[in-house]
Design a protein around this ligand. Structure first.
Ligand code: PLP
Length: 467
């Protein structure tokens, strides 16, 4: 066996990685040629790579490190729990203190009568649970024909077969036989790309009414649930116009359809409230949680359901569960994370202090010649890049070409921003300071300048013809 350490030279680490490690959402040969960036350690909002670079992580890992890196309290909580009870399951009439405590705490935090938690180890697993849970709910209610779940194109709900089918990522559907039957998709409320001549408010209503049209097309008695992210994350931080969610709520209420809010990104302070549903005024029957629940320090997710849903499910034996549902170490770490979020008033600070400060700086990015719109809710934001702001034009190049140029300039400037197509997105740790926000915006502006110079040199500042 080749023995390596954090002192092993980068090329050796990269070669061994390429030889044996298959990466998610990565072109394997492409990665082998370029070499993966090796992250050695992290503290606060900052990563250190194997070449000694200090990198500002404006994505909080994958949208999850809400309290920032390096919190030893979470390590201590894991250490204590591993010594006391490293593992036990919650099947077959057993339970343990960390799962009891975390479920009770989540019931307190979640709005309304969302009081019951089914644990998983990830957002994907939790959405697989939801798929079976809503169908079981309707079967128990004596309406087994209610099977179909409506979701949105370009939504993201995970990468397992079930959750990937709920998601609306066509590139994912193309590989491995997705979507599974019983899932229908409607268009997303992305005014920048799809709004045409409508005002955002008109467009928001139109896109919400697409849900009603789909329900009527399928037959109202066949629809089990509608699932959506309060703010689409992986789809490019798409913030719906204000008219959208009230109309969606009206429609799901009218047809008695269960509403699943996928809070995997929006939950735990990201939008300036504990849950995105509160920020957007949504009343879900089920919420999917993961990511910020443990700030990514341990893999854990789950579904929080209302009293009414739990009452129906509890009438039967729900033949579902994971070996690690309610894993004690993950629960203990999540509890400590929730304690820090509360005691340090991190969610309040996002809502009233650092969030508004970031929003002001982020909006100012629209003064950059490459940026058409800036959208931000709490600490998740996106910039639409365009060669022509007046017409909201797309680039003539393959979507994502320009975004990738920008992303690479950010990397070169030791800033982690992601691109989704030709949108640039941020989702920093919620603990980011004003000074760090300033650094983030300076590096982003510099990266856009450099990207634009490169795009001009390469003849890429060209608008696609209007369709
Ligand atoms: C990341 C994500 C998921 C999937 O979570 P995993 O832990 O990666 O399985 C589900 N829904 C949303 C909204 C997400 O952002």
């Amino acid at each position: 066996m080749t023995v390596i350490s954090t002192n092993t030279p980068t090329p050796e680490l990269q070669a061994l990685d390429a030889a044996h490690h298959m990466h998610p959402f990565t072109h394997g040969d492409g990665l082998r040629d370029k070499g993966a960036r090796v992250i050695l350690r992290a503290d606060g909002c900052w990563l250190t790579d194997s070449d000694g670079n200090r990198i500002l992580d404006a994505m909080a890992g994958l949208w999850c490190v809400n309290i920032g890196y390096g919190r030893t309290e979470l390590a201590d909580a894991a250490h204590r729990q591993m010594q006391e009870l490293p593992y036990y399951n919650t099947f077959f009439q057993t339970t343990h203190v960390p799962a009891i405590q975390l479920a009770a705490r989540l019931a307190e935090l979640a709005p309304g009568d969302l009081n019951h938690v089914f644990f998983a180890s990830s957002g994907s697993e939790a959405n697989d649970t939801n798929l079976r849970l809503v169908r079981t709910y309707w079967a128990e209610k004596g309406q087994p024909e209610r099977q179909t779940i409506i979701a949105r194109w370009n939504g993201y709900h995970g990468s397992s077969v079930g959750s990937g089918s709920l998601g609306g990522m066509k590139g994912m559907h193309a590989q491995g036989g997705m979507p599974i039957p019983g899932i229908a998709h409607i268009d997303q409320p992305n005014w920048w790309t799809d709004g045409g001549d409508m005002t955002p408010e008109e467009f928001g209503l139109a896109r919400a009414r697409a849900l009603e049209e789909k329900i009527l097309e399928l037959g109202p008695d066949t629809v089990a649930a509608f699932i959506a992210e309060p703010v689409q994350g992986a789809g490019g931080v798409i913030v719906a116009p204000n008219s959208y969610w009230p109309e969606i709520q009206r429609i799901v209420d009218k047809y008695g359809i269960l509403l699943i809010a996928d809070e995997v990104i929006c939950g735990f302070g990201r939008t300036g409230n504990w849950f995105g549903s509160e920020t957007l005024g949504i009343r879900p029957d089920i919420m999917t949680i993961a990511k910020g629940l443990s700030s990514g320090y341990q893999p854990i997710g789950g579904s929080i359901v209302t009293d009414a849903v739990a009452e129906v499910i509890n009438q039967t034996e729900f033949n579902h569960g994971y070996t690690y549902s309610g894993h004690p170490v993950a629960c203990a770490v999540a509890l400590e994370n929730l304690r820090i979020l509360r005691d340090e008033q991190i969610v309040e600070r996002v809502r009233t202090e650092t969030g508004p400060y970031l929003a002001e700086k982020f909006q100012a990015m629209t003064e950059h010649p490459l940026v058409g719109e800036a959208k931000i809710v709490g600490m998740m934001g996106s910039l639409a890049l365009t060669p022509d702001k007046a017409t909201r034009a797309a680039f003539a190049s393959e979507p994502g070409t320009v975004g990738l140029v920008c992303r690479d300039r950010c990397f070169a400037n030791n800033l982690i921003m992601r691109h989704v197509g030709d949108r640039m997105i941020i989702s920093p740790p919620l603990t980011i300071s004003r000074a760090e926000i300033d650094t983030l915006m300076e590096r982003a502006w510099k990266s856009l300048d450099e990207a634009m110079a490169q795009l001009e040199a390469d003849g890429l500042m060209v608008a696609a013809p209007k369709v």
